[in-house]
Ligand binder design. Structure first.
Ligand code: PLP
Length: 404
């Protein structure tokens, strides 16, 4: 049963805030905190039910297997996928994207191209750059406007009959821009181009419905949506799933092996070589359960509200420049304090127990578009409050007073 929420109540679900009562945690785009429910799931498994999956004939193992496999269905339901067999477990968004890029490498011929956007995280840029270089293909980039939006009028000319895939982020991890992936997917499909959506910053924040969207691949990480580190998801549409090949070879992914050849299991099991990350996957399942207790509309509304208020208050101060001004944005804002290096800003905020990120946020080309070498980033979640914003703005005024 989902409900609207009060961030102060939600905060009680997260033990980190009991252990650090003064902490203002504004680094949610890097990783979110984990609620008790997720921590308990992992610890219960380790203490009471720990066993490897898929291979054991004893009860602990078959129980673990059933629970591990059930998480595929939970994740599928969260993102509106066809069913659990469209969901592969990975180490995170980075690995999910690398699996797709590795599989598409074999489909590339010299002269082909891959289209990405100018606001991609390095995880959704470098894998494509590497395979393009290796195969003599080119990487084409949808430009970004000064407002921090994609120049979609360029999309039609960027895609042609040699475009093999389009990879785009749902939400920018720097500017918070919510890209119109539905429109982008429609355009890509008109040209028969498959599309990968990087949902690292949208899963758990925005309602996603892959089937309605028509995404061919979708990637995200558990640790950014209240789940554990080292666990991620790759969704593949049933039409494209058979085109994905293992990135890692080894045990757990085979039908039959002899010294001459190997017959692999089908997707998604063929992508999960080695002993499975069972506690991570169960933790992901608990994170999905947790997300479902929150009303998706209220989550994005709350995070959007915090970002809007932060921008307004920061701009009122006159010494802060905010990067971009996208019409649709999530709870992420990048900014700079005039005359102060972003690392100094972040260090000062840290001395006031305010955790933010400073640097290029693994999106160096985007910062070039925006004419900034680096920036400070605040990113919000369900447990953040308007009072925390005010305390941060006060700390930024002190930064300006002492530094500039
Ligand atoms: C938009 C985006 N894509 C991909 C990633 C990579 O995620 P991970 O490091 O969990 O693989 C991140 C991480 O910050 C991100 O923000």
């Amino acid at each position: 049963m989902s409900h609207t929420f009060n961030p102060l109540t939600v905060r009680h679900d997260f033990p980190i805030f009991r252990n650090h009562p003064d902490l203002i945690y504004f680094d949610n785009a890097a990783t979110s905190q984990r609620p008790e429910r997720v921590l308990r799931e992992i610890s219960d498994f380790d203490q009471k039910q720990s066993a490897s999956v898929h291979r054991g004939l004893y009860e602990l193992s078959s129980h673990a297997t059933r629970r591990y496999e059930a998480v595929r269905d939970k994740v599928a339901a969260l993102i509106g996928a066809e069913n659990g067999s469209t969901i592969a477990f990975t180490k995170g968004t980075t690995e999910s994207i690398n699996i797709v890029a590795n599989s598409f490498r074999k489909r590339l011929k010299p002269g082909d191209n891959i289209v990405i956007s100018g606001m991609e995280h390095h995880a959704n840029l470098i894998p494509w750059q590497m395979i393009c270089k290796e195969m003599g293909a080119s990487l084409r980039v949808i430009p970004v406007t000064k407002e921090g939006e994609l120049s979609l009028d360029r999309l039609q000319t960027l895609m042609d009959h040699k475009t093999r895939l389009l990879a785009v982020t749902h939400v920018s991890n720097v500017l918070g821009t919510i890209n119109p992936v539905d429109e982008i997917i429609l355009e890509a499909h008109l040209k028969q181009v498959p599309i990968l959506v990087d949902a690292a910053q949208s899963a758990g924040h925005l309602a996603i419905h892959v089937k309605k969207l028509g995404a061919d691949f979708l990637a995200f990480s558990a640790h950014k949506m209240f789940g554990p580190f080292g666990t991620g998801v790759l969704y593949a549409n049933p039409v494209w799933a058979p085109s994905l090949h293992p990135l890692n070879f080894g045990g757990g992914i085979i039908q039959h092996v002899d010294f001459d050849q190997t017959e692999f299991l089908e997707y998604p099991r063929n992508l999960e070589a080695g002993t499975a990350n069972v506690s991570g996957v169960l933790g992901l399942g608990a994170a999905v359960d947790y997300i479902r207790t929150l009303d998706a509309e209220s989550v994005i509304h709350h995070e959007h509200f915090l970002a809007t208020v932060f921008k307004e208050k920061a701009l009122q101060e006159g010494f802060i420049r905010v990067m971009g001004n996208p019409r649709r944005h999530a709870g992420i804002v990048a900014f700079n304090v005039n005359g102060v290096h972003p690392h100094d800003v972040a260090s000062y905020l840290a001395s006031r127990s305010i955790a933010v990120r400073a640097g290029h946020h693994c999106a160096e080309p985007l910062l070039q578009y925006m004419n900034e070498a680096a920036s400070v980033r605040v990113s919000f979640s369900v447990y953040n409050t308007a009072d925390e914003l005010d305390r941060t703005i006060e700390a930024l005024k002190e930064v300006k007073k002492f530094w500039a």
